[in-house]
Design a protein around this ligand. Structure first.
Ligand code: ADP
Ligand code: MG
Length: 260
């Protein structure tokens, strides 16, 4: 991919204007963070970008309207990791992750090889034969991310992928998303943790009440002014917001080198 952009997206549900004239652009290799108070419309925006929620406006993938892509092409190019993704079938982890290879119509042996490699890279190799419904909440979240990555999507839309995770697994997930970007793909990720957002994302977009409040690089966006406006809070005088929310530790280089 080269770039993915949305222009003046509007979503109305039950006569309520949920998204208002949202513009968004992400280029190959970039991680774009969506930050907002609960109810601001982040999940609705990701659904619209995934093409599963109708929206007025334009969504273009390398200049081509998303609605003109075939379902197969869309399934190959875009993955959507929903905020809570229930899995109702009694499948093993390996089977769930392998499902994402289906749009590629490849030989079974290749799917198995790719699935095994990905599970190992995600630190889930030991769980490959376990049933999904026997996993902890955090393990389930990581399996769903692995499933999304398994399709090798050029654009990954991830809705709060770190929500159920402890600190080290939050960093692991962010490193996996970064690695996905380094391979020439793009990621749009919803995060509540400003430290993770500021550290890992190239650009951040704050939403409030269905509109974009501000969009820019982390230093442009994580400021006292924008945090106070976004969350209706007061920061203590004299604290530099970016510094206050900075991430001063790194994941050990062993498995996940070079966060940025
Ligand atoms: P966020 O992910 O930022 O917390 P959402 O996108 O889930 O916010 O929701 C934004 C607003 O739209 C909320 O007020 C929510 O209640 C409303 N909303 C979302 N989906 C629906 C729906 N299917 N029917 C009615 N209201 C909805
Ligand atoms: Mg949400």
């Amino acid at each position: 991919m080269r770039d993915f952009r949305a222009d003046r997206l509007d979503v109305v549900i039950d006569n309520r204007h949920i998204l208002k004239a949202i513009d968004l652009r992400v280029r190959a290799g970039e991680m774009h963070g969506l930050i907002a108070p609960t109810g601001a419309g982040k999940s609705t925006l990701l659904r619209a970008l995934a093409g599963v929620r109708p929206a007025a406006g334009h969504i273009r993938f390398d200049g081509v309207e998303l609605s003109t892509l075939s379902p197969l092409e869309r399934a190959r190019r875009i993955a959507w990791l929903a905020q809570s993704g229930p899995v109702h079938w009694p499948l093993s982890i390996a089977q769930i992750v392998a499902l994402s290879r289906q749009p590629w119509h490849e030989a079974e042996a290749l799917t198995r090889e790719k699935t095994t490699r990905l599970l190992d890279a995600c630190g889930l190799g030991d769980l490959a034969e376990r049933r999904y419904d026997t996993l902890s909440g955090g393990e389930k979240a990581r399996v769903l991310l692995a499933r999304a990555l398994a399709g090798e999507p050029e654009l990954l839309l991830a809705d709060e992928p770190t929500a159920a995770l402890d600190l080290s697994h939050q960093l692991e997930v962010m490193a996996l998303l970064r690695a996905h970007c380094r391979r020439g793909n793009a990621v749009i990720v919803v995060l509540h943790d400003l430290r993770l957002a500021g550290h890992y994302c190239d650009r951040l977009q704050f939403l409030k009440g269905g509109s974009t409040l501000v969009s820019g690089t982390p230093p442009q966006v994580i400021t006292a002014h924008w945090l106070e406006t976004a969350y209706d809070i007061r920061l203590r005088e004299g604290r530099d917001a970016l510094e206050a929310f900075s991430l001063n530790w790194r994941l050990r280089e062993r498995n996940y080198p070079a966060n940025r």
